[in-house]
Design a protein around this ligand. Structure first.
Ligand SMILES: NC(=O)c1ccc[n+]([C@@H]2O[C@H](COP(=O)([O-])OP(=O)(O)OC[C@H]3O[C@@H](n4cnc5c(N)ncnc54)[C@H](O)[C@@H]3O)[C@@H](O)[C@H]2O)c1
Ligand SMILES: O[C@H]1[C@H](O)[C@@H](O)[C@H](O)[C@@H](O)[C@H]1O
Length: 338
């Protein structure tokens, strides 16, 4: 650790938090994990074993009292983001908050108000797809217009399987949440409505879920988008987009692993889960945040972006339970985020 390093407190040392702790100490320049905040003693001890020099705490407030950190990375489950965001904001610290910002628009609005009260934009939301090189290339192509105007996006979001804790609304709040952020960022418009269609159920889907689903979005610039959301596809993890332009078609997220010709067949390796598919995106996201946090700011999706996604998710969950499109209605952008 260099004395100039940003001292990062990681809150929540489950799957994602443990991954970020390793990333910060092994890959990221200018930062060290100085505090691990995790109520579960076993998980805290396991994380501390990978973070030499870090201190362990059960609550963020205790780490703040000990002046143990300069910035906070939040990796608690979404329903426990607000109780961590509010004290971190009150302490005036830069924050990287894993998606979603919070579970609903009301609590996200409360967080926006708390951030505005600090007078600074301190929250970056972990919509890491914006840092994926392929998404960035597609966004540049769309903005350049060299293939003509963008007309449609076909998105596929496929998980091999999901844990027992994954319930029906999470198809939207935990998974399509990524498309609700990245699609407007790619296509340069706002979501005006969301519709969900559920067709034939996968017999391999856990009993508590009804999927795959098709999520349709209309943007205010006329672009329409479909997302196949699928969490029982078995073969691996695949997040792909096909963009249809006036004069061409572009694809991202195609399998890019080992190519193997054997036994009269041709195979290409595919990802098993998001940790490898988005490894570069997570690294770039955390490095951008550390660089900005060292200057006291953020460099990525803002709390306002998180709020807009919370409104889209609320419409998406309603659409899961009804038929036809549900409007996505946003209040005017507060001056602070304009
Ligand atoms: N960007 C991505 O691709 C991606 C992938 C997976 C998860 N996530 C997000 O990361 C976050 C964590 O997900 P996960 O799968 O690692 O969850 P997890 O359940 O594996 O781990 C969460 C940890 O937080 C701890 N925790 C709960 N409340 C706490 C509190 N108040 N203070 C400190 N620790 C607390 C729990 O004990 C647990 O160890 C979620 O917001 C999730 O949506 C993002
Ligand atoms: O929490 C995870 C994560 O956000 C992944 O990026 C997404 O593909 C999964 O569907 C979701 O369950």
């Amino acid at each position: 650790m260099s004395t100039n390093d940003l001292r990062v407190g990681v809150v929540g040392a489950g799957m994602m938090g443990a991954d970020h702790i390793k990333r910060i100490n092994a890959t990221i320049a200018g930062a060290t994990v100085s505090a691990v905040v995790e109520p579960d003693e076993q998980r805290r001890a396991a994380a501390l074993a990978t973070a030499p020099g870090a201190e362990g705490y059960g609550r963020l407030e205790d780490a703040l009292d000990a002046d143990a950190l300069d910035a906070v990375l939040i990796a608690t489950p979404g329903k426990f983001h607000t109780p961590v965001l509010l004290p971190a904001l009150a302490a005036g610290l830069p924050i990287l908050c894993e998606k979603p910002l919070t579970q609903d628009p009301e609590s996200s609005w409360e967080v926006l108000e708390a951030e505005q009260a600090t007078g600074r934009r301190l929250i970056q939301v972990g919509f890491m797809r914006r840092f994926d090189p392929e998404y960035a290339a597609l966004r540049e192509l769309i903005a350049a217009g060299s293939a003509g105007d963008l007309l449609m996006l076909h998105c596929a979001h496929r998980n091999a399987s999901v844990p027992d804790s994954y319930i029906q609304p999470m198809l939207i709040n935990d998974s399509v949440v990524h498309e609700f952020d990245v699609v407007p960022w790619l296509a340069g418009g706002s979501i005006v409505n969301v519709e969900v269609r559920a067709g034939k159920r996968n017999s391999l889907t856990p009993d508590r879920l009804r999927e795959p689903i098709l999520v349709l979005m209309e943007l205010d610039n006329g672009v329409i988008v479909d997302v196949e959301m699928n969490v029982s596809i078995q073969f691996g993890y695949q997040v792909a987009t096909e963009a249809v332009f006036e004069k061409g078609v572009a694809r991202i997220g195609q399998p890019g692993g080992l190519q193997l010709w054997q036994d009269g067949a041709f195979r290409i390796g595919e990802h098993a889960d998001f940790t490898t598919r988005f490894a570069t995106a997570y690294d770039r996201q955390v490095q951008a945040w550390v660089d900005a946090a060292r200057q006291g700011g953020i460099d990525g999706p803002s709390a306002w972006d998180g709020y807009k996604v919370a409104v889209a998710c609320q419409a998406g969950v309603k659409a899961l339970e009804s038929s036809g499109p549900i409007a996505v209605e946003l209040p005017p952008t507060p001056d602070f985020y304009a």
